[in-house]
Ligand binder design. Structure first.
Ligand code: UDP
Length: 319
């Protein structure tokens, strides 16, 4: 099997590269490295089943030879990234998805789109099941990501219906684990770094908004099962264990044994008040559910962040 993965040098993309290589695929990893990082795939250079191509997928994509699967993961995905890269975010979700689908059509490849729980916006239905159409503000600051992904889903379904392409859509909920960036801006890296550096933990709003966090290995397992399934409508993959952001911050303080205090900062515009995946569909059609508990996942992630911070601080001192 030859598989192209766009955004393959990102947090989730690089874990997907590892999984596909372990399953015997030849992996072509494509990334323009604006939010991805070669450090995430450095261990794969020299592997005969791996090739890296630095390319922006909003431009025409050229790949030599057969391609069996295209996994379209490319996009800025953290709120601070898509606020800083609004046009790139819109372009990769629209033009990039179009290019990747065009390649899938030319190569007769199966196409998998990484979509998002952001399609549900600030949801009025809780938990969110796939048949909920969402509550998205198209002109708010988050609209660039939400609408790009909603367009990407519509484009994927159009290629499926009109061109008969085999397509899969995964709606990814908050995921965490090794290879997240220290300064990615999301709650988990922010809180862990702040706790380890004995800085104040920045909880936005009153912290009563909720999220549900899925460990990366569970997410990758779900996506891999979806890829091999015959489910062409969207499937939520995430962990239904829901908690408030304030409880989450306290959990990180307990886990790290940090003496940091919590400080409250303004809530970003259109920040969803609740989020929890309904995973009935994944349970029934993929026989999938998460296996890693939050405590287990956080311990593994903490080890990674400790190493990264040590390396980072050493580099800063040497520089
Ligand atoms: N958040 C926070 N402090 C931070 C970063 C994020 O309180 O330093 C909040 C954010 O407002 C949101 C939740 O934590 O309500 C999860 O944010 P994240 O950026 O991880 O992802 P989102 O789920 O919003 O896409």
């Amino acid at each position: 099997m030859r598989t192209l993965i766009t955004g393959g040098a990102g947090f989730l993309g690089s874990h997907m590269c590892d999984r596909l290589i372990a399953e015997g695929h030849f992996v072509i990893c494509m990334d323009n490295l604006i939010t991805g990082n070669v450090d995430n795939i450095a261990h794969l250079f020299g592997n005969n089943s791996f090739r890296f191509i630095k390319h922006d997928v909003t431009e025409y994509i050229y790949v030599e030879g057969d391609v069996d699967f295209i996994i379209h993961f490319a996009s800025p995905a953290s709120p601070i990234d898509y606020l800083q890269l609004p046009i790139q975010t819109l372009k990769v979700g629209s033009l990039g998805t179009h290019k990747a689908l065009g390649l899938a059509k030319a190569k007769k490849a199966r196409f998998l789109l990484a979509s998002t729980s952001e399609c549900y916006g600030d949801p009025l239905v809780h938990p969110q099941s796939e048949d909920y159409w969402g509550n998205v503000n198209p002109v708010g600051p988050r609209g660039v990501y939400d609408e790009a992904k909603r367009f990407a889903e519509a484009m994927t379904m159009a290629y499926h219906r009109y061109h008969g392409i085999e397509t899969r859509i995964v709606r990814i909920f908050n995921t965490y684990g090794p290879r997240m960036r220290l300064r990615d801006g999301r709650a988990l890296p922010a809180f862990i770094c702040q706790a380890l550096r004995e800085e104040e933990l920045t909880v936005f709003g009153d912290g009563l908004q909720t999220r549900s966090f899925c460990y990366v290995s569970d997410l990758i397992e779900g996506v891999y099962r979806l890829l091999l399934s015959d489910e062409s409508s969207p499937v939520n993959i995430g962990n239904p264990y829901e908690m408030t952001i304030l409880d989450f911050a306290e959990k990180i303080l307990n886990l790290t044994g940090s003496k940091s205090k919590i400080t409250f900062e303004p809530l970003p515009e259109d920040d969803p008040k609740v989020r929890q995946p309904d995973i009935t569909k994944a349970r029934n059609s993929l026989r999938w559910e998460p296996e890693v508990s939050l405590d287990q996942g956080l311990r593994m992630t903490l080890e990674y962040f400790k190493e990264r911070i040590k390396k980072n601080d050493k580099n800063t001192m040497e520089a």
